[in-house]
Design a protein around this ligand. Structure first.
Ligand code: 5GP
Ligand code: ZN
Length: 117
């Protein structure tokens, strides 16, 4: 199996799992960019959020629901958080198994490092 996150789902690579449902998994990012940085994925392999949303919108909804549950568990609902799907080359995606980045625990700054507008 080539895909890193499929290997995490299979238990072949260790991860700090914070929530698991029948169809989704949430685990801490190995290189956290904020006090809370959790990745939320569908267990089934989809390359990116567009492929997931077009192929199985209900599963995309489950990923969002799991992200919201983790946000609540981590105490992020009051102060807020950011939920992000880096997609493709311009989006800076590095792992091609769709994942939502759940970021919070501190003010996260501007949406982009530079204003490209
Ligand atoms: P992307 O750039 O594809 O949106 O994000 C990939 C994320 O996966 C990065 O934030 C990176 O730190 C994280 N990551 C890469 N390899 C591993 C790993 O083996 N375990 C965990 N938990 N996170 C990983
Ligand atoms: Zn995969």
């Amino acid at each position: 199996m080539e895909c890193l996150f499929c290997r995490i789902v299979a238990g072949e690579i260790p991860a700090t799992i914070v929530r698991e449902t029948d169809n989704t998994l949430a685990f801490r990012d190995i290189g956290p960019k904020a006090p809370v940085h959790v990745l939320v994925i569908p267990k089934e392999h989809y390359a990116d959020v567009a492929t997931l949303a077009q192929g199985d919108p209900a599963l995309a909804g489950e990923v969002l629901a799991t992200a919201a549950a983790v946000a609540e568990d981590e105490g992020l609902l009051g102060d807020g958080f950011r939920l992000m799907f880096n997609t493709g080359a311009y989006g800076g995606q590095e792992v091609y198994h769709v994942h939502a980045h759940l970021l919070g625990g501190a003010p996260l700054g501007p949406m982009l490092a530079r204003d490209l507008g």
